[in-house]
Write a protein that binds this ligand. Structure first.
Ligand code: NAD
Length: 485
């Protein structure tokens, strides 16, 4: 079994940007610290890319694009499959980097995030030589071919909650479709993808096809959003920053923008869900996984009044059993939040819960960035019921009727995910159909697979990650008419 602490002492984080196949410092030499949120220690000083670095990365991606796009599908597949294998071969290091950088549990990064990333990359690699074009049934029988063409330079801007995996959600379909990529990791968690860029070179990805520009959002992220030679931005992050990317596109070259943004997903529990213990486990998983830092976290519990007290007692009991501590210790079941600033932000919502609602389980702050699980019963107008917290804070409301449950669930600017618990198949199916959410999980939470599209309604964004549909974002339909008479 891996000695994670020993590996943590030995690991050497890559700290330069990765442009045109090489590690390079920022043009102006600036760096920013990336901090281990479990301890507050600075892990590394990472290149802080600005306009000039983004220019260089986009130029490298542009130069590399025609050759990569014209590479035979089977060859693109072989390179991407080799990269998936290299992720597996370096799984411990990648898992550790995400755990150190973002405070994620090593049990999760090593068993879920890293193997999941390799599997997703492999899945998209396999699509490269299985994408057929069409022949249109034209009115006069003339020949019109409809093909999917890669778009060019894709800018992928990603958050810190699943640093490697969110990047792979973007990179895998973009590269498989024949695009080149400039990736900007979150400033809180740049280390795993800097290592990934090196592995991509070892896998045989041509220079310039994958570039990584670590840096601050308002600098490197903004420069990508405004860049005149980026064809498409694929973004995962908060709704306010997603809106900025729409503005950047309008102010620059009308690049395509795809947004996977925030959520305030509802977990709707009906009184006919007989296995209350399973429901309570689902409720806890839905809000406390990754310390609540999950876009589709089931952050609102809507519970039928007759089962409210019983369910809340069980959920609180399970929440009290959560063991907070060192993310590298396999016995820990909840790590810190990503940063002290995020812990402060989450505590402001705990304070709102205290003043506007009833504490079922009060939360508290400890260490550098730890916040303990918290549960508050609050009204639907409370900010705790409406705003994304991105931490282990559950907002609870009781309901009396199915219509009221649906109305409460849909009363949100977001629409990323929802869960429904009921032993009545017809009720579950009926309610699932009425929920305005990109993913509805019935008698489970946060169901997810590479084969199914993931994304939101409303201000959770538009466009879908995962599944064959993600490829649509990185290609344009092209029609070629042939006059052969
Ligand atoms: P964030 O919006 O602050 O940052 C996301 C990315 O945008 C980072 O790389 C950041 O550097 C960059 N950025 C920040 N400010 C910018 C600016 N002014 N211009 C350009 N780029 C900028 O989000 P976060 O705090 O890193 O992550 C948490 C958010 O991500 C939550 O809202 C969560 O719901 C969302 N998220 C959504 C999904 C999804 O699939 N829908 C998945 C994971 C996370």
């Amino acid at each position: 079994m891996t000695d994670w602490h020993a590996l943590a002492r030995a690991v050497e984080p890559r700290t330069d940007a990765f442009i045109d196949g090489k590690p390079v410092p920022a043009a102006d030499g600036r760096r920013f610290p990336t901090v281990n949120p479990a301890t507050g220690e600075v892990l590394a000083q990472v290149a802080a890319c600005g306009d000039e670095d983004v220019d260089r990365a986009v130029a490298a991606a542009r130069r590399a694009f025609p050759r990569w796009a014209a590479t035979a599908p089977g060859e693109r597949k072989a390179v991407l499959l080799r990269l998936a294998e290299l992720i597996r071969a370096n799984a411990d290091e990648l898992a550790l980097l995400d755990s150190l950088d973002a405070g994620k549990l090593i049990g999760d990064t090593s068993a879920v995030d890293v193997p999941g990333s390799a599997a997703i990359l492999q899945w998209y690699a396999e699509t490269t030589d299985k994408a057929y074009g069409e022949i249109a049934p034209t009115a006069r029988g003339d020949l019109a071919l409809v093909t999917r063409e890669p778009l060019g330079v894709v800018a992928a801007v990603v958050p810190w909650n699943y640093p490697l995996e969110m990047a792979i959600w973007k990179i895998a379909p973009a590269l498989a479709a024949g695009n080149s990529v400039v990736l900007k990791p979150a400033e809180e968690s740049p280390l795993s993808v800097l290592r990934l860029a090196e592995l991509a070179m070892a896998a045989g990805l041509p220079e310039g096809v994958l570039n990584v520009v670590p840096g601050l959002g308002p600098e490197a992220g903004r420069a990508l959003g405004l860049h005149p030679d980026v064809d498409v931005v694929t973004f995962t992050g908060s709704t306010p920053v997603g809106k900025l990317f729409l503005q950047y596109a309008g102010q620059s070259n009308m690049k395509q923008v795809w947004l996977e943004c925030g959520g305030k997903s509802a977990n709707v529990v009906f009184a006919d869900a007989a296995d209350v213990d399973a429901v309570a486990a689902g409720v806890c998983f839905g809000i406390f996984t990754n310390a609540g830092q999950v876009c589709s976290a089931n952050a609102r519990l809507l519970v039928a009044r007759p089962v409210r007290d019983q369910l809340l007692a069980l959920v609180s009991e399970k929440a009290r059993q959560i063991r907070q501590g060192d993310p590298l210790d396999l016995a820990t079941t909840m790590g810190p939040l990503v940063s002290a600033a995020q812990a402060d932000r989450v505590m402001r919502y705990v304070e709102i819960g205290r003043t506007e609602g009833r504490a079922v389980l009060d939360g508290g702050r400890s260490g550098h960035a730890y916040v303990s699980p918290a549960i508050f019963e609050v009204g639907p107008e409370s900010r705790l019921s409406r705003e994304e917290v991105f931490g282990p804070v559950l907002a609870v409301q009781a309901f009396d009727t199915e219509d009221e449950a649906v109305a409460l669930a849909n009363d949100s600017i977001y629409g990323l995910a929802a869960s429904v618990w009921s032993d009545s198949l017809s009720r579950a199916h009926r309610v699932a159909g009425r929920l305005r959410a990109g993913t509805v999980s019935v008698n489970t939470v946060d169901a997810l697979d590479v084969t199914t599209p993931f994304g939101g309604f409303g201000q959770s964004g538009f466009g879908r990650d995962l599944s064959p549909h993600a490829l649509d974002k990185f290609t344009a339909l092209k029609t070629t008419w042939v006059n052969y008479r």
